[in-house]
Design a protein around this ligand. Sequence first.
Ligand code: GDP
Ligand code: MG
Length: 666
Amino acid sequence: MEVALFGNPNTGKTSLFNELTGSYEYVGNWAGVTVEKKIGKLKYDWGILIDLPGIYGLNPLTRDEAITTRFLLENRFTSVLNIVDASQLARNLHLTIQLLEFGKPVYIGLNMIDVAKGRGLEVDAEILAKKLNVPVAPIIARTGKGCQKIYEYLKEAPGSGTDFNIDYGSLIENAVASIGRLLPDIRGLNKRWLALQYLEGNPVVRSMPELQRLKDRLQAVCRELEADLQKEEGPAPLKQVIYKKRQQFIDEIIAEAVKIKDPAKRTMTETIDRIVTNKYAGVPIFIAAMYLMFCITFDWVGAPLSDLLDRFISGPLTDWIQAGLRQVHAAPFIEDIVINGIIAGVGGVLVFVPQIFVLFFFISFIEDSGYMARIAMVMDRFMESVGLNGKAIIPLIIGFGCNVPGVMAARTIEQPKERLLTVLLTPLMSCSARLSVYSLFAAAFFEKYQAIVVLSLYLLGIAAALLLAKVFSYFIKTEDSVFVIELPPYRVPNARSLFRSTWDKGKGFVRKAGTIIFAGTCFIWLLSYAGPGGLNVSIDQSFLALICGAIAPVFSPLGFGTWQAAAALVTGFLAKEVVVSTMNILYFVPDGSSLVHAVTEAFTPLSAYSFMVFTLLYIPCLATAATIQKETGSKKWTLFAIVYALIIAYILSFVIFRLGRLLGLD
Ligand code: GDP
Ligand code: MG
């Protein structure tokens, strides 16, 4: 049994998915959280459940919506589980009708009944079930209340399909019938549904090869219908006429099934939105919120915790491991790679776990509370002035955590060119991996001004992205922008799901430390251990020194022409944390004096800043580059993303270093 979850965005599909399958997929309070289909096993092994991106109708506008419509057409599945938001019934039922017309068995989960009740609405599930002729279960997906009922429906053998028809009026019905006669059998798809979607202009349906072949005749039916409708009801696009007929039907249902208990008290959400989305206060509030997040992460909570962890790893933990290794008489080579390679490299990155978790906690909070969509709204005007869409702010913010989900979040942007621009620019956002580099250098060179220096790098990344957006948008001409975003009601984030989504994001970082950073570290260590002269050579005679020494002169104009810096940057393509791992290994001093100290001898404050700027901008990491390739489907654009970043990084670092020199800085 394969059940597919359909519903409008932000109606609790993923919450229900997690409830029914026991998984922990990403839940957030804004439209566009799920941008890919997710598959899970139903509890008790009844079959599988497929979570899909939310859609308002089957007529896709965005890439994530197209994923859902394509799924409906191209995949075999047994039944549809349609989540309907009880507090937004009127809008949600448009999708429901199209799903019912599709003809597969449909079950409805009437979700958010708590929210509806809070607004003084009472939805009668029985009347709804009778009108739509399918089972309806009232549920609260967030807490799991009522979800048992859905199991019961699913457990019964799937019905033969829905029997549901709206009367669209004789003109449309005739057109539907004549299209139905023209169509061949296409994998058993419902002909009435195909005809209606065709008339509506659904691009996925229209581009099906079987329909392309009949294009001329089908278009003739459309034109004739339009002409007839015009005579009867005045000029209107077909799509709108069909929409109106559905609206009428929905209004009738709602009149019977929904009772308004106590109307029109201003909700909490409206009150908050008066302030937060205010024309003047909106942007300053957003900036203040970001600043606060920044202070807490780097100054107040995250950094002190990282310090503690650092002291633990480089102190007692190293001692214990060393003692343990000596106890078992490990070969000196082993001790060397474990202590100077792995602990130095991987441990040096793991110390940033606290800061990264604090940052992810805030990002999850912004997502779960419902503030994310407001940010997009208040920033839209500004973003549009640089050629981006207001929604682009969402990938950018997520990009602060990690660029990979940031790039993927661009899927919800309707306009292809704005989406491409956003994908290309998201890697300039300073992700948490880069934070490890800043922390090291800021501690070494800018002790008193750490926070300001780090903040300046974040701002530099944002400024570069906005400026380049402006420049690129001259070449990648954007068409008229559309900005439609749902403002979901605010919710106090549920503690459990908040911690879970923080953990979900943060665990990627920990996993990276155990895999790619671990592997990179071992590799670097070996290259620095071996040289043409054999093993255990002096590090300056190692392969690493020789290879990277050849590249190093390229970086001399930027102030860091040492082979160590070159090695760190080259390996940083794997993941930006590897920059720090590499330095930890290369500057490892056996007498226990810290990396910070070693670094102060190799860099000056100016060259350190220039190095940080370069690290911020120079290249999307391997995982991000792979994601860009996947999202744009184009090697050319991926290459472009890498090359432009290298050029910008080089120019900016050069300017900073030279200008600093001119000003007499060192
Ligand atoms: P999706 O976009 O449809 O996958 O929706 P999500 O599962 O991501 O949920 C959207 C938001 O609604 C999250 O903040 C959930 O915690 C919240 N939510 C889901 N179901 C309910 C519910 O029944 N009641 C309330 N109050 N909130 C819910
Ligand atoms: Mg979802």
